[in-house]
Structure formats: C-alpha cells, structure tokens
Design a protein around this ligand. Structure first.
Ligand SMILES: [Zn+2]
Length: 244
C-alpha cells in the first residue's frame, strides 16, 4: 500500500458509501484451464488487498500462482524509531510469506525484485525488462492499476503492460488506493471494463487472515498509527473483488 499520506484521510470515501451504491458489474471467474497466473505487487500487501481472494481461488483450483514483489515496502514508516528501512523490509518479507501461506499459495513460486519503495517509476524500464522472463507462459497477469493514484502502483501497472504486450499475455488490473479517493460512479474509473469476482465465505476468511499477517501495516508501530486503519481495510473486506 504505502500511501503518500498514510492512513485514512478525512474526506475519503467510506465503505458504507461504496456498499450503498455498489455497481452492477459482470462476473469475472478464473478459468480452470489456466496453468500459471502471475500476480505483481508494488508493495507487500497490495496483491492481498486487491486480489487475495482471486489468488486463493486460483491456488485452490491447482493454478500455479507466481508472486512478484517489486519492492520490499521499506519506506512505509519514514523515521520510525522501532523499525528502520532494512528491518521493515525484512519484516514485510516475512509478513508476505505468511500471507501467501494463509491464501494457500505455494511459497516457492515467488520473485522479489527489490526495487526502491517509492522510487519504482525511476526504474520502470529495468522493471519492464525484469518482468519479461517472469511473464513468459502466463495465462494471466494481475497488476496494480495504472491509474491507482500511487506512483509505484501506476509504474508497476505500466511496466506489466509493456512487458506483457509483446508476449501476448492477458493482463487484468486491480485497484487498491482508488477505493479510498474515488467515489461510486466516479468517471475516472473504467467501469465499462470492470468485472467482479464473488468470494465465497471461506475465501473471505482466508483473505482476512492474510491481511492480518501484515502487522507492520495494520497495527500501530511505535509512535506511528496504523498505515492501514480499519476504515481503509473495510474496502478490502468485501464479498467480491473488482478487476479491469
Ligand atoms: Zn502499495
């Protein structure tokens, strides 16, 4: 996640507002024939918040889920006296592994690119190059949305599209930060190509367990409040996930 202004800002759209005007979207369902799906995240937790349910369903169906962590999320708590950047990176790597296990995703299928948190755009060409080999043979690539409102999320989305294009690999983008700043019916979101994946109760439970693994983000850390407070997490506790 790693929002430029951490926490749920005053004036942000509440989950109650989204629930009251839930768009009627066509269904999106994983294809049982898919053998390999690559899930990219700018920061550890993006993928779980955005498509953790999809990852759990894919893994349960026997699809290989390859997790690509572009950064280790070391910039989530600047100046924090409890955990410095290197310690945060290590903690978030462990949190990510625990979250993937909670989703039933095999830990061996993971790639960690270690680009600088909050500086992905400056390495976009290198990222595109690094993604190429990882996307070969992918039946689908999931990535943060190129319009999500966070520079790292958008840079990862652009790099994925650039790398997947020549390979002919289909890409679906997931919003994370958009649920916070956008509003129901917001014309800045591509509703015309949005699809919704329904999450069975057991999958929602697995996603909740996975989100809870990111303790450095969902709990206060020293003097810093939680980066992901309950008001924000509510957007990612729905009975569905949206992709486009
Ligand atoms: Zn993020």
């Amino acid at each position: 996640m790693n929002t430029p202004a951490a926490g749920h800002r005053p004036g942000a759209t509440t989950e109650q507002e989204w629930a009251a005007r839930r768009p009627d979207l066509p269904a999106w369902r994983p294809d049982p024939a898919w053998r390999r799906v690559v899930v990219c995240a700018a920061h550890p937790d993006d993928e779980v918040l955005g498509v953790g349910g999809a990852m759990a369903l894919l893994a349960a169906a026997g699809t290989e889920v390859v997790h690509v962590a572009v950064t280790d999320g070391e910039a989530s708590h600047p100046g924090n006296p409890v955990l410095g950047p290197a310690e945060l990176a290590a903690a978030r790597r462990e949190e990510s592994a625990a979250a993937l296990a909670a989703l039933g995703v095999a830990p061996v299928a993971a790639a960690r690119l270690r680009l600088p948190d909050s500086g992905v755009a400056a390495h976009e060409a290198a990222l595109t190059g690094a993604l190429g080999p990882l996307l070969v043979g992918a039946d689908l690539v999931l990535t943060p949305w190129t319009g999500d409102g966070h520079p790292d999320h958008e840079a990862v989305g652009r790099a994925v599209l650039a790398a997947a294009g020549p390979l002919g690999a289909p890409v679906a983008q997931y919003p994370v930060w958009a649920w916070h700043w956008a509003h129901p019916g917001d014309p800045r979101l591509p509703w015309d190509r949005a699809r919704a994946l329904a999450l069975p109760p057991a999958v929602r439970d697995a996603k909740r367990a996975a989100v809870a693994c990111f303790t450095t983000q969902v709990q206060p850390l020293g003097p810093d409040p939680a980066v992901l407070p309950p008001e924000f997490l509510a957007h990612h506790d729905r009975d569905h996930e949206v992709l486009w």
